[in-house]
Design a protein around this ligand. Sequence first.
Ligand SMILES: N[C@@H](CCC(=O)N[C@@H](CS)C(=O)NCC(=O)O)C(=O)O
Length: 217
Amino acid sequence: MAALTVYGSVLSPFVARVLLACAYKDVPTQLTMPKDGIKSPEYLKLNPFGKIPAIKDGAFVLYESAVIVDYLDSKYKKKKLLPAAPKAMAQVRLIATVTAEYVQGAGLKFFRMKRSNQFTQADLDAATAELHKGLDVLEKIVAKKKKYIAGPTPTLADCFVVPALFFAVNTSGLFGIKGVLDGRPKLKAYWDNAQKDKVAGQVLKGMTDRMKQLIPA
Ligand SMILES: N[C@@H](CCC(=O)N[C@@H](CS)C(=O)NCC(=O)O)C(=O)O
């Protein structure tokens, strides 16, 4: 199978979703940053928003991480990431959506505050409250004592949760906020396992290395 070209950097949680989907489905990838940058006329032809990720599958170009993951799951029938049964499918989508809307955004806020060094204590408090609210809901809806976030096999939900937890744990940590998963035993166990998991662990290592380059301790 020819490698799928993925434009982006592994530290982007949106790019990481796509890399995880490919890895769970055994689709080989070639990760590359657009040659002249994400706002170059060449790259804007691939993604008119000038954002990462975009993919090139032969002559077919696609952007928006959630759409890319759906495309890959629909194209490659083996190791389905979205269950066919309606309730199981809804559960996977719910976990992914809660993660995308209420957890990842808060984690990214910490990252951006650190990078720009422009924030107030009120900004920090608001991001902390938002993160805890999102994590409270996520803890309630994820699977209990299962290897993956929605059950015994990887799903689209894992593609969303792994990078979002990376940001939740590590970017709040940049402000000395420790133990954001404490008191959330399902998420804590999942996060501990994810770091040791062959697929998730590799993506997380890439994210960690890149974060250390951008924000040295
Ligand atoms: N909704 C998009 C969001 C992609 C996105 O915001 N990517 C960020 C990287 S984390 C980006 O490219 N930012 C650069 C910019 O907005 O100029 C997706 O899911 O693919």
